[in-house]
Design a protein around this ligand. Structure first.
Ligand code: AMP
Length: 204
């Protein structure tokens, strides 16, 4: 968990590789649905473009279905879910046990400064930052050679709304996980944050 633009996607991908378990990134799933123009995607797009949350019923169904797939039997990393009290309750209500909540702490002013450099692969959804996690070749994904683009919701106006929504709806959700929360300073170098998180999981 952590604010938008705080490095959740980057860390989730690194942890998934180190732990050999899948990452369930709700933002990436929605962006795929938007690109494929599925009913969920067509519905979600307007919320995402504004920086608002997609309704809980849609999100809970998406995640619970995904968790039920075979590759999740040995565990999974949730990136961007739960983001509301209802979503946290849906997980608990379906008996999904969360071992640790990894919280990446980044102040709003740092987020606003970082957002301009964020890039996402149009093909595989991989995330980059021109300064902090640059691709090997500018504008091209290291994994699949896809084109790196700026997310439609990474504009200064949208990020301000996303931060506002985060503080109002998501920050209070941390209280649900008292006792299993591990915090990392999101201003630290990417590798260092991964180490802190892996240690917290007893894997480093
Ligand atoms: P992210 O890539 O995690 O920043 O997510 C991008 C956008 O997808 C968010 O700003 C929301 O509009 C939507 N979204 C992703 N995850 C959720 C969620 N758990 N609940 C509601 N909306 C979500």
């Amino acid at each position: 968990m952590g604010p938008p633009g705080g490095g959740k996607g980057t860390q989730a991908a690194r942890l998934a590789e180190a732990l050999a378990i899948p990452t369930i990134s709700t933002g990436a799933m929605l962006r795929e649905a938007v690109a494929a123009q599925t009913p969920v995607g067509l519905d979600a797009k307007a919320y995402m473009d504004r920086g608002d949350y997609v309704p809980d019923e849609v999100m809970c169904q998406l995640v619970l279905n995904r968790i039920a797939e075979d590759d999740c039997v040995n565990g999974f990393i949730l990136d961007g879910f739960p983001r509301t009290a209802e979503q946290a309750e849906a997980l608990a209500g379906h008996g999904v046990v969360i071992d640790k909540v990894l919280y990446i702490d980044v102040p709003d002013e740092v987020i606003v400064g970082r957002i301009g450099g964020r890039r996402v692969c149009a093909k595989c959804g991989g995330t980059y930052h021109t300064k902090y996690t640059p691709p090997k070749i500018a504008g091209q994904c290291d994994e699949c050679d896809g084109e790196l683009i700026v997310r439609a919701d990474d504009t200064p106006d949208t990020i301000r709304n996303r931060l506002e929504v985060y503080h109002k709806l998501t920050a209070p959700v941390l209280a649900y996980y008292n006792g299993v929360i591990v915090s990392a300073d999101g201003n630290a170098p990417v590798e260092q944050i991964t180490d802190v998180l892996l240690k917290a999981l007893g894997k480093a």
